[in-house]
Design a protein around this ligand. Sequence first.
Ligand SMILES: Cc1cc2nc3c(=O)[nH]c(=O)nc-3n(C[C@H](O)[C@H](O)[C@H](O)COP(=O)(O)OP(=O)(O)OC[C@H]3O[C@@H](n4cnc5c(N)ncnc54)[C@H](O)[C@@H]3O)c2cc1C
Length: 503
Amino acid sequence: MGERNSKPRATGRRWAAAAAAALLALGLYASTFVVSYADLLRSDDPLLAMDVARLAPARVARVEEIRSVEQLQAVLREARAQGLKVSISGSRHSQGGQSYREGAVVLNMRGFNRILVVDPAALTVTVESGATWDEVQRAIASHGLAIRVMQSSNIFTVGGTLSANAHGRDIDVTQVVEVVERFRLLLADGSIVEVSRQENPELFSLVIGGYGLYGVILDVTLRVTRDELYEQRSVSMDYTDFPAYFAQQVKPDREIALALARPSIDPDPQSFLREIVVVTWRRAGSGQTGTFELTEEQHVLRDKFFLGLSRRYDWAKALRWTLQKRIELGAGEARIVSRNNAMRPPLAPLELLEYRSPRDTDIIQEYYVPTETFIPFLDRFREILLAGDMNVLSSTVRYVTPNAIPALAYAPRGDVFAVIQMSNVGLSTAEQARAAAVTRLLVDAALDHGGTYYLTYQLYPTPAQLQRAYPNAWHAFERKRFYDPDELFTSQFYERYGHTEPR
Ligand SMILES: Cc1cc2nc3c(=O)[nH]c(=O)nc-3n(C[C@H](O)[C@H](O)[C@H](O)COP(=O)(O)OP(=O)(O)OC[C@H]3O[C@@H](n4cnc5c(N)ncnc54)[C@H](O)[C@@H]3O)c2cc1C
């Protein structure tokens, strides 16, 4: 009887083993969308500087972990004595070597991050420039305060944010320059100056949006606001309806505080960069309640899995768009969220975006176009991305009001829509050349539609394109050499663009 049963039992075991092996292989394959195994084997060279996109690695002389002003002054003295250049880095999320260069001493400002004063009466906060928005949020939330202007994520430093003049989702106060009251700046000669609209106003204009070329931003006083509850609402429409919808329904509504729009990444030609979901955060009514407790990131593995799938497959992009739209549009229930939480994970995720494949990377780009030319620009934008076969993973649109104070102003005149795209591109020379060529076409498209592009990303645009987008650039770089005649502060960004005279 035992012998009669042994054959089927052996066959059963073989099937079970095969099924287990198949499941294991499937699990391993699925995990490659979440984990970069090659990255686990990587040994970090502490002197190989890179930003988050890993496009422009460079060997630096040393990295100084900054904790105090006295230490900063000593490091500058030593660098000058050794004939070394200096670069300044925050969270290193700029993507074009703005925070380092070959052979430089890099000041890592992340440890220079004390919260100095929280003043709920004056609605201001004073912090050291290496503090991240997350650290600022944690310090001010218990006082019932929230940040006025910050990026979509809270990982960036205050110094990095000022140096890019970042913008956020608030539709009344859009650029960080608007909320900076004052800061102290350490100049190349080791002296410290107070900078505000009244004191050293030229430095105020040069440093905000000046990419670390004029000195080290020390402590900064920023205007903040009261934390409050918002109701998050979303509506889907065709992109051609968006500018009028924004002008008639969003902008004039005094109760709407934050807004963003998300064009479709579904490769279906009827949908790709045509369908658009507009999300608004409107002050909650008196009967609506919600929590002011700070939220943290959730579902990282799940979201990484779907983002990873969409890097490789068009069907997964369509699926991600459908799921995202379903979540964003909701099922009719009121979604109440505090201002602080609207500006931190999980609503503004971070870990999801961490990606370190040795073969490819995710690049972000941003174009600012007048609200009147948004529709023709988006048509050209779509055409160029499709012709260039770009692997577009996400796109958002924000509203930015003009401000001509920064010498390198990206929106000096009228209201603009900031059009952002994130694409996955190969790291090989050929793939990079293709990404650069597509980017130059996109920059030309923005310029032809009366717009500009964001300097915080790759160095793909030509110096002539930068001069066209920023007619004041030559003057700004000349003034850099006035304040820093030995060009102590430098970066890959400055070396590419800082010495090209306008044609
Ligand atoms: C996923 C992602 C989302 C983003 N979202 C937005 C967004 O919503 N809105 C937006 O406007 N931008 C956005 N950005 C761009 C971002 O705001 C800028 O790249 C910003 O500069 C990053 O800050 P950081 O701390 O990483 O600075 P870093 O990249 O480390 O440095 C940026 C520049 O600041 C200089 N710098 C840093 N600290 C100091 C200091 N203490 N003194 C003087 N100079 C200093 C550096 O030298 C460098 O030139 C985004 C970028 C990424 C990658």
